[in-house]
Design a binder for this molecule. Structure first.
Ligand code: HEC
Length: 278
């Protein structure tokens, strides 16, 4: 009897996993690579092989628990958080951010919105480690990975109806092309080069090639070299560091503007969530 039940278990699990995932992140990547023949998309066959076992999935499973758990001074879960598509709606929310929120009167990216919910619904404050610790094996990264995954394969589609949404995107474009800092770099210095251009081992994504750019902005991604899942805001920090610009505060408008512009430039292309990068 027990033996019979155990035999049926893998079949049940297999059925669940094939019906719940339409297209795996690696399938989306394969299709983009076949279509564009981009060296950026095919630079790491090793990462491609590991994608079905992306450690980000374990991190997302922890994120799901955190999302549903009653926590914080107000002992509430995040299930009523509105990421733009209504309280508790996660499917498709991530690819429609940043967006304008009337309850704050601001354009918010995913991370600033998550923090807003952790403060208003759960009662956390800026001094709590749950909010202060952004990067690494943190609550924020676990929650980000879980929620972003609910938009895997969907086209990037940040709304541009409110004037502030357009203003934020336009500010991001200005920042992307504005040369500054001790090296006189702008983002375009490294991200508008002919496809295949490299810095040491890294093939640089070109913002003008949509199939490359959707992978470039597909964060959260597990960074093999860091042994951690990284976020969009972390990527902004790293590129600003490469440019020797001053550091940014989390959730600052510069972060949100750059993310708004870069998401707009991937509009219509499928998101790879979670991704796996170098
Ligand atoms: C000095 C060159 C340089 C500049 C300037 C630069 N980047 Fe990058 N960027 C890189 C490199 C190199 C990578 C890939 C990192 C890796 O593989 O470790 C990268 C990665 C990225 C990625 C993710 C793609 C990936 O494969 O990891 C995004 C998105 C991005 N940069 C955006 C920006 C933005 C926005 C700016 C301006 C604020 C900027 N970059 C400025 C060199 C640069």
């Amino acid at each position: 009897m027990i033996k019979k039940a155990l035999c049926a278990l893998p079949l049940a699990l297999a059925l669940v996993s094939t019906t719940s995932t339409a297209k795996a992140p690696e399938d989306i990547l394969d299709e983009l690579a076949a279509k564009s023949k981009s060296p950026y998309l095919t630079q790491s066959p090793q990462n491609r092989m590991m994608m079905p076992d992306n450690p980000a999935y374990d991190i997302a499973a922890e994120g799901e628990q955190l999302f549903k758990q009653k926590r914080g001074p107000k002992n509430a879960s995040l299930e009523q958080c509105d990421f733009g598509k209504g309280p508790g709606v996660l499917k498709g929310a991530y690819v429609e951010l940043p967006r304008y929120f009337s309850d704050t009167g601001k354009v918010m990216d995913f991370e600033s919105r998550l923090v807003y919910c952790m403060k208003t619904l759960q009662g956390y404050t800026d001094n709590d480690p749950q909010i202060r610790q952004r990067h690494g094996n943190t609550d924020i990264m676990k929650l980000t990975t879980y929620i972003a995954m609910q938009s895997n394969g969907m086209p990037w589609n940040p709304p541009m109806n409110h004037p502030l949404e357009k203003a934020m995107r336009d500010a991001g474009e200005e920042l992307f092309y504005r040369r500054a800092g001790p090296m006189d770099f702008n983002c375009a210095t490294c991200h508008t080069n002919p496809s295949g251009t490299r810095i040491r081992a890294s093939v640089l994504p070109n913002i003008k090639i949509p199939e490359e750019w959707t992978k470039a902005i597909s964060w959260p991604a597990y960074r093999v070299g860091h042994e951690a899942v990284r976020s969009s805001q972390h990527r902004v920090l790293e590129c600003l560091w490469q440019m020797r610009y001053p550091n940014l505060k989390p959730d600052s408008d510069v972060n949100i503007a750059l993310i708004s512009f870069w998401t707009d430039r991937a509009r219509g292309q499928p998101a790879i969530l979670p991704d796996m990068k170098r």
